[in-house]
Design a protein around this ligand. Structure first.
Ligand SMILES: NC(=O)c1ccc[n+]([C@@H]2O[C@H](COP(=O)([O-])OP(=O)(O)OC[C@H]3O[C@@H](n4cnc5c(N)ncnc54)[C@H](O)[C@@H]3O)[C@@H](O)[C@H]2O)c1
Length: 306
């Protein structure tokens, strides 16, 4: 029997709009992975820094176009750029429902929303780190109208940067990150503000627990405000759940919180998932992720609770 070689598609080029911490890091990671990368930023210093890392600076983009601009700039980020009519458009925004409404409506079936769960409290191209995505979870939205081949093309970009892809929807993503990211930013702000009121002695004695609990509120206040206000409903609901927890008797609250932290999965169980929306979303809901794309399915894992 003659064996026919399986045709392999060349990896499409990637264009990154916004070359700050996230976009600059992604462009640098993809250059290091051997992908063809173009990039654009309104700031000439960010363009220069990206060019020095091997990014072709241009407003002409094709393949997969990644919007890595602040949330308020997302809706107009493609204006003035020369983007190929069939390019797939994705974004890195920390909130997904409003971007789906803006960019998704403008770009239609070519849009796939994304959010890498990494980054630091620093901003701008000076914070570029090509290793930022290594091992990070990258939420990638599969709405009812999302075209699977485009979703896979964006997933391959995330995998090339070293991330693991978590299939989800914009609404489920926004509920989840309200609990694990947006509320922690508000709690960090409240903790820091209350410690500030406690006075200089308290701030002088602040050590590890204060540092860990307040680290994220060192971020650019504009970015944090845009993030929590852009996800106001789910964030308010998640904050109400935290306030309920705080009204429990303290021994009970401490035991409940400790139990969740202590129950971290013992490991990972490898799985193969068919290239089908419902199966991929089930993987994400189970706490799993995609780590590799194969011809007819993806490989990944689910948490092994032992
Ligand atoms: N910082 C994090 O921890 C983090 C994590 C995950 C996702 N995100 C998301 O990633 C996106 C970028 O965040 P960041 O931390 O990299 O911000 P950043 O401030 O470091 O970088 C943003 C860059 O976008 C550029 N820019 C602004 N408007 C533009 C426009 N219209 N066209 C081209 N360039 C433009 C700025 O000059 C800047 O270089 C945001 O949407 C944010 O929600 C951030």
């Amino acid at each position: 029997m003659t064996a026919f070689p399986v045709p392999t598609m060349p990896a499409p080029p990637v264009g990154v709009v916004g070359l700050g911490q996230l976009g600059g890091s992604l462009a640098a990671a993809l250059v290091a992975a051997g992908r063809e990368v173009s990039g654009w930023d309104v700031d000439p210093a960010a363009r220069e820094a990206a060019a020095a890392r091997g990014v072709r600076v241009t407003g002409q983009m094709d393949g997969v176009v990644v919007l890595a601009v602040p949330l308020p700039a997302m809706a107009r980020a493609l204006e003035g750029l020369d983007v190929a009519p069939d390019a797939t458009v994705t974004d890195l925004g920390s909130v997904k429902t409003p971007v789906l409404a803006d960019v998704g409506t403008a770009v239609g079936h070519r849009y796939v929303g994304g959010h890498p769960m990494c980054g630091t409290e620093r901003s701008g191209h000076e914070a570029t780190d090509p290793g930022l995505f290594a091992g990070a979870r990258w939420a990638l939205c599969l709405e009812p109208g999302t075209e699977l081949p485009r979703w896979l093309r964006v997933a391959e970009v995330a995998l090339s940067a070293g991330a693991e892809v978590v299939p989800t929807t914009a609404a489920e993503h926004d509920d989840a990150v309200a609990a694990v990211s947006h509320v922690p930013h508000l709690l960090a702000a409240a903790l820091a503000a209350a410690a500030g009121e406690a006075g200089p002695l308290a701030l002088a004695l602040a050590a590890g627990s204060f540092r860990d609990g307040t680290r994220v509120i060192g971020s650019d206040p504009g970015l944090v405000t845009a993030m929590v206000q852009g996800n106001a409903g789910p964030t308010a609901a998640a904050l109400a759940r935290v306030l309920d927890q705080l009204s429990r008797p303290w021994p009970e609250l401490v035991a409940a919180g400790h139990a969740v932290r202590a129950a971290a999965p013992a490991g990972r169980r490898p799985v193969r998932v068919p290239l089908e929306r419902a199966a991929l979303l089930s993987l994400g809901r189970a706490g799993g992720a995609v780590t590799r794309r194969l011809a007819a399915f993806v490989e990944g894992y689910v948490p092994d609770v032992g």
